[in-house]
Design a protein around this ligand. Structure first.
Ligand SMILES: [Cu+2]
Length: 156
């Protein structure tokens, strides 16, 4: 028994990289009614010692999922596709309205507030990370509160 414990401890020590250093928080998605596209926002925190990069995203709710940023073109903000979004070691990447975001191109079905979408984020080093994104109201700037759900009580 003692030997087993020592082995387990040794293994845990030998492969610390197996523990993901990335944490995704505050994820939400906005899709105006009847819009063809939706935009997803989230914060990725990298508590590890190596830089990582978000290189792709995928979901079943749209025909394509792209990584986008906003650039200022004169007075107009335009969206532009990017190949990756950096997540620096000890830092974070904030995907938020007006900045970087995940773009859901050609939604296959309308999304409504309260729906949940499963998004798979692919990182250069950490690999795939699955995130549940609640669909927020069109004007939302931050993720909806975790559903404590008073509405359940009211519905009966
Ligand atoms: Cu976009």
């Amino acid at each position: 028994m003692k030997k087993f414990l020592l082995t387990a401890a040794a293994l845990a020590f030998a492969f610390p990289a197996l523990a993901a250093d990335l944490e995704v928080s505050g994820a939400f998605l906005r899709a105006p009614p009847k819009a063809a596209n939706g935009a997803g926002f989230l914060t990725i925190t990298n508590s590890g010692k190596q830089d990582d990069k978000l290189i792709a995203a995928s979901a079943s709710v749209s025909k394509a999922v792209e990584l986008h940023t906003h650039i200022k073109d004169g007075e107009i903000m335009r969206m532009r596709k990017v190949d990756s979004i950096a997540v620096p070691a000890g830092g974070k990447a904030e995907l938020k309205p007006g900045g970087d975001h995940v773009m859901f191109i050609d939604l296959t079905a309308p999304l409504k507030e309260g729906d949940k979408v499963t998004l798979t984020l692919t990182f250069e080093k950490a690999g795939d990370v699955k995130v549940e994104m609640p669909v927020a109201s069109v004007g939302a700037m931050t993720a909806p509160m975790a559903p404590m759900d008073h509405s359940q009580h009211m519905k009966h």
